[in-house]
Write a protein that binds this ligand. Structure first.
Ligand SMILES: Nc1ncnc2c1ncn2[C@@H]1O[C@H](COP(=O)(O)OP(=O)(O)OP(=O)(O)O)[C@@H](O)[C@H]1O
Ligand SMILES: O=C(O)[C@@H](O)C(=O)CO
Length: 411
């Protein structure tokens, strides 16, 4: 294994795996830290954790375990993948995990770059934009678990990391890899260890990737991985895919703006069932009943708890945010298990936490990476009889669910 990656959620990990697979690396996504050795032909291993919203000490411990396993597979470089919208709380977990990995790897110039232009996320003057809006005006300020109320990455990182935070501005990035390396050196000499790097275009990320050659640790969104495979002499390749026929169903616990748009589109055209969190918590709505409905309903049925910020706030005020989140994640995980018992062979999930809960409940250990459905979302094969697609909340076009079911099925 050449490149070892640690993802702080499952959809984000498949986003990164998608970038690396498209760039030609033989990539496998693992659910949690594997117990055995990786297959000898794997070039990039992505260990997916569900560590974005847990206690920082647990996130650090899990990430260091993942690091140890990746090092044992012979990795030459480590990539810590977090969200392109820098999803985190005042405590972390981006800062504490980056600090711990930097110490373990003796890394002193740590790139911090969440940019993902393909999904509209760019970094300029150290501020994070989502399309034409600052992060804190993009809808992310209403996220149910990690509301992002600031777009200043230097300030966000300084609050989470024990290290001084530097910056490589766009002017240096536009001048290419050598200028970026020189500026990273200068920021290091000035006493900064975590270094925010501006990036607006894929071409910027390619230059940042080239400048990252030989660095022990890189952190960021999937965009900054675009240029890494070339450092290992690997070039882009067509990603193979074996289509899967059979029944498809959709589970969505994502309350992000893009998912809510996709749900509105889907509800108008396909059978859909809205899940009431209060009924899930009381036990009057069960996974068995919802799975049976999904399995027996023609077309492309959807079950969703996704709701707008007012509804989410009301549920959180009534039950507590953690209780509601865990009850729904548990519900979707159990529903997915029942779906496979009904023979459903294509499962689409929306939302990072939701997807993590589903993959864990299904006890999927490794995921083979297929072709891209929409930017940041690959088709995934879980077994000989099951394929899935894990969509990050804000990814995908309006008709994403139809597109994903078709691509998984080879239509
Ligand atoms: N109606 C609801 N009320 C309160 N919480 C909800 C509701 N529906 C879903 N949730 C919870 O909100 C959280 C949504 O997070 P999730 O990561 O699944 O989606 P997302 O944030 O849109 O995706 P991503 O992290 O990929 O951007 C989950 O914990 C989910 O259980
Ligand atoms: O980087 C992103 O935006 C995604 O891969 C993600 O992590 C969302 O959960």
């Amino acid at each position: 294994m050449l490149l070892g990656c640690i993802g702080d959620d499952f959809t984000g990990s498949s986003d990164l795996a998608n970038t690396l697979a498209k760039a030609g690396m033989r990539t496998v996504q693992y659910s949690g830290v594997p117990t055995g050795a990786a297959d000898a032909d794997v070039q990039a291993g992505v260990v997916a954790l569900k560590s974005r919203s847990i206690a920082p000490a647990d996130a650090v411990r899990q990430s260091l375990d993942a690091l140890k396993w990746l090092q044992a597979q012979g990795c030459e470089q480590i990539f810590f993948k977090y969200c392109s919208t820098f999803d985190s709380t005042a405590q972390g977990n981006i800062g504490p995990v980056a600090d711990a990995l930097a110490d373990a790897l003796d890394a002193h110039k740590v790139i911090v770059c969440p940019a993902f232009p393909g999904a509209g996320r760019s970094v300029y003057q150290g501020y994070l934009f989502v399309k034409d809006a600052l992060l804190n005006e993009s809808g992310m300020e209403n996220h149910p678990l990690t509301p992002m109320k600031d777009a200043n990455l230097r300030r966000l990182m300084a609050a989470q990391s024990v290290h001084s935070v530097g910056h490589v501005p766009a002017e240096a990035v536009f001048d290419g890899a050598e200028a970026i390396s020189a500026r990273l050196d200068a920021e290091h000499a000035a006493g900064h260890r975590m270094i925010i790097v501006d990036a607006l275009r894929d071409s910027d990320l390619m230059q940042i990737g080239a400048a990252a050659k030989g660095l022990p640790l890189i952190t960021g969104g999937s965009g900054v991985a675009l240029g890494l495979p070339a450092n290992f002499g690997i070039s882009p390749a067509q990603v193979p895919w074996q289509a899967q026929s059979g029944k498809a169903a959709i589970l969505s616990g994502s309350c992000s703006t893009a998912t809510r748009g996709q749900i509105a589109y889907h509800v108008a055209r396909h059978p859909s069932l809205k899940i009431d969190p209060a009924e899930v918590i009381s036990g009057s709505q069960t996974p068995e009943v919802v799975a049976k409905w999904l399995a027996e309903t023609d077309g492309l049925p959807l079950a969703y708890s996704s709701a707008d910020p007012d509804e989410v706030a009301a549920i959180q005020a009534r039950f507590g945010a953690d209780t509601a989140a865990h009850a729904l994640e548990d519900f979707f995980g159990k529903t997915a298990v029942c779906l496979t018992e009904h023979g459903v062979s294509r499962i689409l999930t929306a939302g990072g936490e939701t997807s993590g809960a589903v993959v864990e409940a299904l006890n999927i250990r490794t995921l083979e990476i297929g072709p891209e459905i929409d930017p940041g979302v690959p088709a995934l094969r879980a077994s000989d009889t099951l394929v899935i697609a894990l969509k990050s909340g804000n990814f995908g076009s309006e008709d994403y669910f139809e597109k994903a079911a078709n691509m998984l099925g080879g239509n």
